[in-house]
Design a binder for this molecule. Structure first.
Ligand SMILES: Cc1ncc(COP(=O)(O)O)c(C=O)c1O
Length: 411
């Protein structure tokens, strides 16, 4: 006797996001997502670290939280205290840090602590899709601030804050990715950081600083974090090991004053971030982090060179971009006639996955002909082949990127 499959549909509460689609495998030329460079993954070091730390401390896995309490593995937080002091100028203690399951959980905890349906927040106009989607889902209105080659335009931020004040709206936070912005790859200079902090204090709006890519500045020199520069303490800082070591480890963190931290801690009800990841990561990082990251940056920079070269070769003047100051993405402008939301499917059918601009922006009109390309994950050869194929699709679908474009541009 065969029975009909159980029907969950009538049980689903209102307001769920659309159903997920099944994963059908990675495409041949994948320029999407925030995946890292597999060849640059420090596999031998991680294997050795796993072996050493499990032999030494493995039995602490028998306790929730590794005998370190709910904020995460103490040695990892101590590593972060030293790291954040050395490169971001942050003076904090292990008690100011909460280890999270990737910085996505950090985003969720900050949002759950501060946001309610109907609230307003300020974000960079072109921004991380994961952050934009969370706000949409929560029923929060994002006010987008335009960027230039130095990141968020603080003059526009000032005008937006004044405008909201006139309307009686106090935004809940100013969310920014100031150090290698996603998707533009810009870095906010120190002067703008000062002005941003001044505006935050003047308007009583905290700053939510997402420093996910700050280890990947090509020069190795990053400006101090907003958290470090703040005098009023109204900054929540989040970071991640996804981009410096490996995204699949799912280890991120929050640095926050106790007032905010104690609220977020009360919302972190998952029994602790994965312990194996934390101990292996700590063992590896304590010995190798500061040697590994410059080598990773060199390999990423080489892939970016390949991507920019391939775009010039196959698109010529039809693809415009600024050389980003670090990271794993290139934010590319195609001719106005190209709608990257419509380019997505034919490109995918040809084996090339791109991130269409409107999905990475709150200004859907201005980002219509933009796309975000991740260059970390594909090999040099895949980058060349993928860009060549994408250019063919663009020619076929939108009549752009004629083969002679490069020669015209060179003259
Ligand atoms: C700006 C930004 N924040 C946060 C995240 C989340 O990263 P993870 O959860 O892997 O730390 C990403 C991922 O790409 C990102 O680009």
């Amino acid at each position: 006797m065969s029975s009909a499959p159980f029907d969950f549909a009538p049980l689903l509460p209102a307001g769920l996001p659309p159903a997920a689609v099944r994963w059908t495998g990675r495409v041949k030329h994948d320029f999407t997502g925030g995946n890292n460079d597999a060849d640059a993954l420090p596999l031998d070091g991680l294997i050795a670290a796993a072996d050493a730390v499990l032999r030494r401390e493995g039995r602490t896995l028998a306790t929730y939280g590794l005998n370190s309490g709910p904020q995460g593995y103490r040695r990892l937080r101590e590593f972060l205290v030293a790291k954040l002091k050395a490169d971001a100028g942050i003076a904090c203690t292990a008690d100011d840090i909460l280890i999270t399951s990737g910085s996505l959980q950090a985003l969720d905890l900050v949002n759950a602590t501060l946001l309610a349906r109907g609230d307003t927040v300020i974000i960079e106009q072109d921004c991380y899709q994961g952050s934009i989607n969370r706000l949409t889902r929560l029923g929060v209105t994002p006010v987008g601030i335009p960027l230039d080659r130095d990141g968020m335009r603080v003059d526009a931020l000032s005008a937006a804050l004044d405008d909201l004040k006139r309307k009686g709206v106090r935004p809940k936070y100013i969310y920014t990715i100031p150090t290698v912005q996603n998707p533009t790859g810009t870095i906010l200079p120190v002067e703008r950081r000062r002005e941003l902090l001044r505006l935050s204090a003047a308007h009583g709006v905290p700053i939510f600083e997402d420093d996910c890519y700050s280890d990947l500045v090509w020069s190795g020199q990053r400006p101090p974090a907003l958290y470090a520069m703040s005098e009023h303490g109204g900054v929540i800082h989040i970071g991640s090991f996804s981009k410096s070591i490996a995204p699949a480890l799912r280890v991120g963190y929050i640095v926050a004053p106790w007032d905010a931290m104690s609220r977020m801690l009360a919302l972190k009800t998952d029994g602790g971030t994965g312990a194996l990841e934390q101990i292996v990561l700590t063992e590896y990082c304590a010995r190798h982090f500061f040697k590994h990251v410059p080598a990773l940056r060199r390999s990423l920079r080489a892939k970016l060179e390949t991507l920019m070269e391939a775009l010039r070769e196959h698109f010529g003047a039809a693809a415009e971009f600024h050389d980003p100051k670090g990271g794993i993405f290139l934010w590319v402008k195609l001719p106005d006639g190209v709608d990257t939301m419509k380019l997505y499917q034919p490109a995918l059918a040809a084996g090339v996955a791109i991130n269409p601009g409107p999905e990475w922006s709150v200004n859907k009109g201005e980002s219509r002909s933009r796309m975000r390309l991740c260059f970390a994950s594909p090999t040099h050869e895949e980058i060349h082949q993928g860009v060549a194929t994408l250019a063919e699709v663009c020619r076929r679908e939108f009549g752009v990127a004629a083969p002679g474009a490069r020669i015209e541009r060179a003259r």
